[in-house]
Ligand binder design. Structure first.
Ligand code: SAM
Length: 253
């Protein structure tokens, strides 16, 4: 286990984020010092007695913008320029497993949670290293997105999980994961696939790879472009994709 991974979150909703760091495996990682969270309330750096942190956008338009001054003071208070700063935003690059892996190799992270229409662009220009979107939808503020990013990142740190669990997960080898089963052997007349009971390791490995290919071809054919397939695998995935597009045509989808 390496030394504690520092994660600083700048937010207007500190309680929401603190609760996350107290919960489940993350909470345990914090208890044993593997994760060192710091939650900073942006309002503590507001300049007026109403603790105002937002103002109307220059140029007009709907909504408010998180002001540069309190954000800059909050960032300076944690020495953000000496660290890796991430801003979750719908305008960012899509956040992927490879990004989580890259961030897990940093010494630590600072996450800035946006709110309203977003944050003053000058903060992005001056402090932010990465802008990431967690999906093509708009959340009302950045805390959930920050927690998604933290969660994907910290579990890839050495010693957090068994390395084989991580190796076999979705996206690690460019494919989605195979299906899982546990006891009982039969549940509501649905049985566990016979191959998994066979004890035949090579057959199980083959079956799992095939299931990965089938799932990926059905749900995320875009991922297959980056995966090396042998001739049989290529035929299998093409037949699934052909069937999926036939089904779409037949249902008018
Ligand atoms: N006006 C912005 C736009 O159209 O892109 C949306 C702002 S959103 C209401 C407020 C904040 O929520 C953002 O600044 C960002 O921090 C966070 N947020 C919302 N959706 C997100 C997403 N898909 N990925 C990452 N962060 C998101």
């Amino acid at each position: 286990m390496d030394s504690g991974y520092g994660i600083t979150v700048l937010t207007l909703f500190p309680d929401l984020v603190r609760e996350y760091f107290r919960t489940s495996i993350v909470g345990k990682a914090v208890d044993r010092g593997a994760l060192v969270p710091r939650v900073v309330d942006i309002r503590d750096f507001a300049r007026d007695r109403h603790r105002t942190c937002d103002d109307a956008p220059y140029g007009g338009g709907a909504g408010m913008v998180l002001m540069a001054e309190p954000l800059a003071s909050a960032l300076d208070s944690v020495d953000a320029k000496a660290q890796h700063v991430v801003f979750p935003t719908p305008s960012g690059l899509p956040f992927r497993q490879v990004d989580a892996a890259r961030l897990s190799r940093k010494d630590g992270l600072v996450l800035v949670c946006g709110r309203y229409e977003g944050i003053d662009q000058r903060i992005v220009d001056e402090y932010v290293d990465d802008e990431y979107s967690i999906g093509d939808y708009v959340l009302s503020s950045g805390e959930l997105a920050a927690m998604v990013i933290i969660d994907a990142v910290y579990r890839l740190r050495d010693g957090m999980l068994r390395s084989e669990s991580i190796r076999e997960e979705s996206f690690q080898d460019g494919l989605l994961e195979y299906p899982h089963y546990t006891r009982p052997e039969t549940f509501r007349s649905r049985s566990v696939p016979e191959v998994l009971l066979s004890g035949h390791h090579a057959r199980i490995v083959r079956w799992r790879r095939e299931q990965q290919l089938i799932r990926t071809a059905r749900n995320r054919p875009d991922l297959l472009r980056h995966v090396q397939l042998d001739e049989a695998e290529r035929k299998l995935t093409e037949s699934i994709r052909d069937k999926e597009s036939d089904d779409e045509c037949n249902t008018g989808g």
